[in-house]
Design a protein around this ligand. Structure first.
Ligand SMILES: *Cc1c(COP(=O)(O)O)cnc(C)c1O
Length: 354
């Protein structure tokens, strides 16, 4: 592991650890003691710092607030039974952060700042990483514009930060979803493949509408015809039809999820047929009608696998069978858990020791 970058560290004077009840963690509400802060000014990245977690101040004219130059990542670190700390595929998050940065005209974060920043932050807050089944430290790297200037143009200064939260088992009860045929999350040529803040703000209203109708989440369809599946909420969508693993192919409107990549890799390792292509809503509904739709689920870092119980289309709800214990979604979620806990060999080199 690279150990070259000196990061000045101001440790907290009073850890908040004793106040935390690890048995009742709510996602994204409890933050570890420290955070990483790095500013970009005058065309270069400045010295990184680790400081106590706390509020920051920005100009009221901050251009991220006005024009949305803001991107983020979501990843996890795990502690195994021996107390060793590992991150899951952090280089994938690093590359995706920089691809989001390119799309939003923001500077790329240097690899050593990202990796060393994470390593040193996690070592300092090691006590915050839970080790019970299903738990993890959720890591939120993010970058935003910091110019205080109302002109519409890329900011000249930025801040990259990393904050972390301990999280317990993310139990996702099987979801009721429906196809969205009016609003779009993202369009080809847009910024849907980037993890930029505005994508999420704009998705809240259509999601709220669906929730008022009793659904948990939407299945987004393509912006031009509303015929093809895009994603499920803020997760990638995967279907198992007649033993084949089928998922929408990546495009500029779909986010290239690391959980998606990992799930497809395991399916291929197990000799299953994996199809990355256009998946129409009609195909999914026909498969449901003729009994070949075995499973549908969302995949993402927070939940790993979120099973779908029913899919709504034009006012009708179509139920999916309850996946049996040996279903693909159960096996793949167990396999990922085993790799992360060290119980199974990490044949793809996904775990990076901290
Ligand atoms: C983050 C995200 C995902 C899942 O990506 P992971 O790397 O698996 O966490 C899928 N879709 C959207 C829109 C996302 O923001």
């Amino acid at each position: 592991m690279i150990d070259t970058l000196a990061i000045s560290t101001q440790p907290t004077v009073a850890t908040r650890l004793p106040e935390v009840d690890f048995a009742t963690l709510e996602f994204g509400k409890t933050f570890a003691d420290h955070m990483l802060v790095v500013d970009y000014q005058n065309g270069e990245w400045q010295e990184p710092h680790i400081v106590p977690y706390g509020d920051i101040s920005v100009s009221p004219a901050n251009s991220a607030l006005h024009y949305g130059q803001a991107i983020f990542e979501g990843m996890k670190a795990y502690k195994n039974q021996q107390g060793e700390i590992f991150m899951f595929r952090p280089y994938d998050n690093f590359h995706r952060l920089n691809s989001s940065a390119d799309r939003m005209c923001m500077p790329r974060v240097p690899e050593e700042v990202f990796m060393q920043g994470l390593v040193q932050l996690l070592r300092l807050d090691a006590e915050w990483i839970p080790s019970f089944d299903g738990s993890a430290l959720y890591i939120r790297p993010f970058m935003f514009a910091t110019d205080g200037m109302l002109g519409v143009r890329p900011s000249e200064s930025y801040r990259f930060m990393v904050i972390t939260c301990p999280v317990g088992l993310y139990y996702s009860k099987p979801l009721r979803v429906r196809f969205e045929e009016k609003y779009v999350r993202s369009a080809e040529g847009g910024a849907g493949y980037a993890k930029n803040a505005g994508n999420y703000g704009a998705a809240m209203y259509p999601t709220k509408m669906a929730q008022q109708e009793g659904y948990n989440q939407l299945i987004w369809t393509d912006a031009s015809e509303h015929k093809y599946v895009e994603e499920s909420g803020t997760m990638n969508a995967i279907f198992v039809i007649d033993g084949r693993v089928i998922t929408p192919a990546l495009s500029t409107s779909i986010l290239d999820g690391i959980t998606r990549r990992s799930v497809l890799q395991l399916a291929r390792d197990w000799g299953m047929t994996v199809e990355e292509r256009k998946v129409s809503a009609l195909e999914v509904l026909e498969a449901q009608a003729n009994g070949t739709l075995q499973e549908a689920f969302g995949v993402g870092t927070a939940a790993t696998i979120a099973p779908i119980a029913s899919i709504g289309h034009q006012g009708e709800d179509y139920a999916l069978p309850t996946p049996p214990a040996d279903s693909f979604s159960h096996r793949v979620s167990a396999a990922l858990a085993a790799i992360r806990s060290g119980a199974a060999p990490d044949t793809h080199g996904w775990m990076v020791r901290v």
